[in-house]
Design a protein around this ligand. Structure first.
Ligand code: 5AD
Length: 348
């Protein structure tokens, strides 16, 4: 184990067998060692800083039917909502006053928001807040559409690959296709977005071999950001009887990702924080360096329920995380927090 971990630290590379070996055999002693190496790597790249993103969930309409997701099209128990431009701008304005410099606009795949609508919105946001980094997380669109939204001023795009195993991908995403997903991620990179990928831990049929495929896919794609979170079964979805994804395993995968991609921005995800009391601390001490705090208006927060018991705290959250970070020797950084290989909107 030591040889493999040391090699990973030195080369930032592992082959499939080595990843599987780690996942099959790691115990608490080697976990501590792995986390130490991941931390050392993080200190070398971004230092002891945790970047903050403001997450605005602007629509929970979705045309897709991902079998794990609470806002899937066929869930008729969702109270659907769409925020207007005015509501979106007012949420951003409030958060901007609190010091946020990065916003993530997230929604289901909602065709109501056309390219023209979004281009207008993005331009308006960028005119008002020229310094901020704007991230979209709105699912799959055409190359042309991604290009328009980028030209309008979007800096980053989050599109988790969810699982890199094509059979599992196609099984859990009716009417979607792994090759298309992969294509979208490469499109986003090509256009110049700081692109985020990532996967869910604890999907049905997901063995350590499949998780190794996820990590190798990430290594090949080299995204600027990687979100990894445990499955939280939602009662109104086909996966309602599935087990919760393991927080321990999620944290190990965060650490391995930090070592494979030293310069990636890796959030300690809301899902991990929801199911695990010390999710934030453990995630950061294993190489995670981003938190995404919800800035959606209170009257819609409960409705964006991709999984049950999703955290719905308020503005005080920022202070709470400041204190929690400080306790483990980190500081919360409110700047844009670009990937090291990007400056502003330019891929250097
Ligand atoms: N449990 C955990 N993560 C989920 N997501 C959606 N539904 C769930 C769930 N039930 C994740 C997906 C998606 C991201 C926004 O939320 O990975 O990309």
């Amino acid at each position: 184990m030591k040889n493999i971990l040391d090699k990973l630290y030195k080369d930032n590379y592992l082959n499939k067998e080595e990843i599987i070996f780690i996942l099959d055999n790691i115990n608490s002693k080697w976990e501590s060692y792995l986390f130490k190496l991941a931390r050392k790597t993080l200190f070398r790249t971004y230092g002891n800083r945790v970047f903050v993103r403001g997450l605005l969930e602007f629509s929970n309409y979705c045309r897709n039917n991902c079998i794990y997701c609470g806002i899937r099209k066929d869930n008729k128990n969702v109270d659907r909502y769409r925020l207007s431009k005015k509501e979106i701008l007012s949420s951003l304005s409030e958060s901007s006053r609190l010091g946020y410099n990065t916003f993530v606009l997230q929604s289901g795949e909602d065709i109501y928001y056309t390219d023209e609508y979004l281009e207008d919105l993005i331009k308006e946001i960028k005119l008002k807040y020229p310094e901020i980094a704007l991230t979209l997380s709105i699912g799959e669109r055409s190359f042309k559409s991604y290009e328009k939204l980028f030209k309008a001023g979007t800096d980053r795009f989050l599109l988790r690959h969810e699982t890199a195993n094509s059979t599992i991908y196609n099984n859990i995403h009716p009417d979607m296709d792994w090759n298309r997903r992969k294509g979208s991620l490469y499109d986003l990179k090509k256009i110049g977005y700081q692109t985020g990928a990532g996967f869910i831990v604890g999907l049905p049929e997901q063995t350590n071999k499949v998780l190794a495929e996820d990590l190798l896919f990430l290594k090949e794609l080299e995204p600027a950001m990687v979100g990894i979170g445990p499955l939280i079964p939602h009662p109104n979805t086909p996966l309602k009887k599935e087990k919760i994804g393991s927080p321990e395993k999620t944290i190990i995968l965060i650490a391995l990702t930090r070592l494979l991609l030293p310069e990636a921005l890796i959030p300690v995800t809301t899902a991990l924080n929801t199911i695990y009391k010390y999710g934030f601390e453990s995630g950061v001490l294993a190489g995670g360096n981003v938190i995404m705090l919800n800035i959606s208006p209170n009257y819609v927060r409960k409705k964006y329920e991709i999984y049950k018991n999703k955290e719905t705290k308020d503005a005080k959250e920022l202070d709470i995380f400041r204190k929690r970070a400080k306790k483990i020797g980190f500081i919360v950084d409110m700047e844009r927090g670009d990937n090291l290989n990007f400056r502003g909107n330019k891929n250097v």
